[in-house]
Ligand binder design. Structure first.
Ligand code: ADP
Ligand code: MG
Length: 676
């Protein structure tokens, strides 16, 4: 069946953007005027009509047309929130926060009141909240508490084209509840592309098109491949700044580290130019950017200056920055890839897809004609770039999602309504892991332990570690470690000019080769002893912002512990008990030292190394358990702790046999006595 297409063009009438006399207007009035100048505004009434007429609607419109910020407001104005909340999902946390902030401004309300957001470990909503921006992962978790999402009147799955794992799972779940909740409205919105596919999946739902305004964009390619795209991006930015007419620059980079490096390089090189050039305002934007700095990218550029925004993929479709005239596209992004055979997941810097390249270029032509500088050749574009990005569900570890689905009572995963099914091998691998962790029984049913694990919004190995802390009477320590691990690797601060001091400070926490997990625990506990003093963080080269976040996360984990009836108990004097709890979650991540100083993973043998930032990088214990693998120049284990090999057999007898943990060549000696 072919979907009917409702074309917003039929109703096109330019919004009256009268520039009245330079009457002083309140900020709110100005914002209301801005709203009316968005491409979506002339389509407001037909859109509301279509939503009224159909239960499921696919909405397609160019990025920046106003879908995310306006549609929930239109629905609110039309009275939908009298019947229930409006959820609008975003694949990225920064987008959820930033858009909620913007919409609360437009509505003249305090963020967290009528308009709020919910992201993992951070709930900025209240009883008053009627428009709720949230990550797709958070809506997925809401199914656990409210399987029919009864408190919502509208679900808007936004940025559907991103095809994140959670969004893909949501598709199947919301399609299902829409069948028995005829009052529920379902909106699937996307920045062009694949609209037909969404429509087909939702039983030929009609497609509502919002015509965008787009100006021509000149796309330039390099004549030869660039050896160092970061450097090329800097050089290009400066060339634009010095030689080209006014207009802001948007540079696409792959992640925080790269963005910080670029920021430093740009500052360094513009300093040399002194007052000969106009001011260049550098604005970074990435997932972990502190909230205070996030709004800087939206501030209008002062007359005579130029803004350069250094962004991750987030600026591709999630966030629109007005005034961009030049786009620099190195052609790469960070992408997760998963090896279902070994069960290993890695983040790799990978060429983007052609669809992404087109989106990126389009960012230059929103407010006027623009230019896109691609730092790759036209030949590269044609031969090296795939047409579309592979949906995340086909290149990721599924353990977390499988546990969530099992908790929702969905047992037959092979027949779940997937838009694109995951590889069967990856599903099996997830089931195997959950079985090994004790979350599922032999029949694939959720166990009591699995039910407890599912309460925690973290990966199953981490939630298993938390649940296991009950047995080892060290839940106090383990949730601290879990909270610290959730921060990623932004705890320690290492300024270029003080690296030696910073490294010494860091090594203080590693005294006795306690391992990285215990070191994180010591960092937190020492900070707590100073009553969470900022000064202490400075003195110890620790990022106070990360620590505060860890404290927030920890508080939430304490709340969840109560829910699963695990008592808070401390066992700080028995480090082995803490390490055993860690091993209970992470035993699949064990590795053994080789003669040459590298390691071999025990299951699915693979050569790996201890990351140089680890406290055990010099100590090289014979057996270790690690938190994660990262691939940079080599396959590195990050966050490493020593373990005793007999623990593996003790903790996971269904997973490891004696022969797995015996050292070759000395088979006769019992391992327990040979431990160093
Ligand atoms: P879409 O979802 O269709 O891509 P959006 O609703 O996100 O469009 O954006 C509409 C407009 O709102 C854009 O012009 C964008 O620049 C503006 N906008 C969004 N967030 C902010 C913000 N935090 N500050 C200022 N402007 C914003
Ligand atoms: Mg949007």
């Amino acid at each position: 069946i072919k979907a009917s297409v409702i074309d917003g063009d039929d109703f096109d009438e330019q919004a009256a953007a009268n520039t009245e006399e330079s009457k002083a207007k309140s900020a709110l009035e100005k914002l209301q005027e801005d709203r009316k100048s968005l491409p979506i505004y002339p389509h407001r009434d037909p859109l509301l009509q279509a939503i009224n007429d159909y239960q499921v609607l696919v909405i397609v419109g160019e990025t920046g047309s106003g879908k995310t910020t306006q549609i929930p407001q239109y629905l609110h104005e039309a009275g939908y929130t009298k019947k229930g909340k409006i959820a609008c999902t975003q694949p990225r946390r920064v987008a959820a926060m930033s858009i909620a902030a913007r919409v609360s401004q437009e509505m003249g309300v305090k963020l967290g009141h009528e308009v709020g957001y919910s992201i993992r470990f951070e709930d900025c909503t209240s009883d008053k909240t009627v428009i709720k921006y949230m990550t797709d992962g958070m809506l997925l978790r809401e199914f656990l508490g409210e399987p029919d999402l009864a408190s919502y009147s509208v679900i808007m799955v936004d940025e559907a084209h991103e095809r994140t794992l959670s969004t893909d799972i949501l598709f199947g779940l919301v399609k299902d509840i829409a069948r028995f909740r005829p009052d529920l409205k379902l909106l699937i919105s996307s920045a062009t592309l694949d609209a037909e596919k969404f429509s087909d999946f939702f039983d030929s739902a009609p497609i509502f098109k919002i015509p965008g305004r787009r100006y021509p964009v000149d796309i330039l390619h390099t004549s030869a491949p660039e050896a160092d795209y970061l450097d090329a991006a800097i050089v290009t930015s400066l060339q634009i700044h010095i030689q080209h007419p006014p207009g802001d620059i948007l540079v696409f980079l792959t992640g925080q580290e790269e963005i910080e490096a670029a920021e430093e390089l740009l500052k360094h090189r513009t300093r040399g130019l002194g007052t000969k050039i106009a001011e260049l305002i550098i604005c970074p934007i990435y997932a972990n950017l502190p909230t205070e700095l996030q709004n800087k990218i939206f501030e209008p550029t002062p007359e005579g200056a130029r803004k350069v925004v250094l962004a991750t993929n987030i600026a591709e479709t999630s966030l629109t920055i007005d005034g961009i005239k030049y786009v620099i596209d190195p052609g790469f992004c960070k992408m997760k890839s998963y090896n279902a055979r070994t069960g290993m997941e890695t983040l790799l810097i990978t060429p983007i897809s052609k669809a992404s390249a087109m989106q990126r270029a389009g960012r230059a032509g929103r407010t006027g004609p623009g230019v896109c500088f691609r730092l790759y050749t036209l030949h590269n574009y044609h031969t090296d770039l795939e047409d579309n990005t592979v949906p995340e569900i086909q290149r990721t570890n599924l353990a977390n999602v499988v546990l969530t689905l099992k908790s929702l009572g969905i047992h037959d995963l092979l027949n779940f309504d997937f838009m694109d099914p995951p590889p069967a091998e990856a599903l099996l691998k997830a089931l195997e892991l959950l079985y090994a962790l004790g979350a599922l029984n032999k029949l694939g049913e959720l166990t009591k332990s699995g039910r407890r694990m599912a309460e925690f919004p973290v990966d199953p190995m981490l939630s298993k570690m938390i649940v296991a802390s009950d047995k080892y009477k060290c839940s106090e320590e383990i949730i601290t470690i879990a909270a610290m691990l959730s921060i990623g690797n932004s705890i320690f601060y290492r300024p270029k000019d003080k690296q030696v001091h910073a490294d010494n400070a860091r090594m203080n926490f590693h005294t006795g080769n306690v391992g990285d997990h215990i070191a994180l625990l010591k960092v937190y506990d020492s900070w707590k002893e100073t009553n969470f003093a900022t000064q202490w963080c400075y003195e110890n080269y620790i990022q106070v912002r990360s620590m505060k976040r860890a404290r927030d996360i920890r508080d939430q984990l304490v709340g969840l512990l109560e829910r699963v009836e695990i008592e808070l108990t401390s066992n700080l004097n028995d480090l082995d008990a803490i390490k055993k709890a860690i091993t209970s979650g992470f035993f699949p991540h064990s590795a053994r030292l080789q003669k040459n100083g590298s390691y071999r993973t025990v299951k699915h043998p693979q050569t790996v190394h201890i990351h140089p930032s680890s406290g055990l990088a010099q100590a090289l214990p014979r057996w270790v358990v690690y938190h994660e693998l990262v691939l940079t120049t080599k396959e590195y284990m990050r966050q490493v702790t020593e373990l005793k090999p007999d623990w593996l057999v003790e903790i996971a007898p269904h997973y490891y046999q004696m022969k797995d943990v015996e050292d070759a060549g000395s088979k006769k000696m019992p391992i327990s006595r040979r431990q160093s």
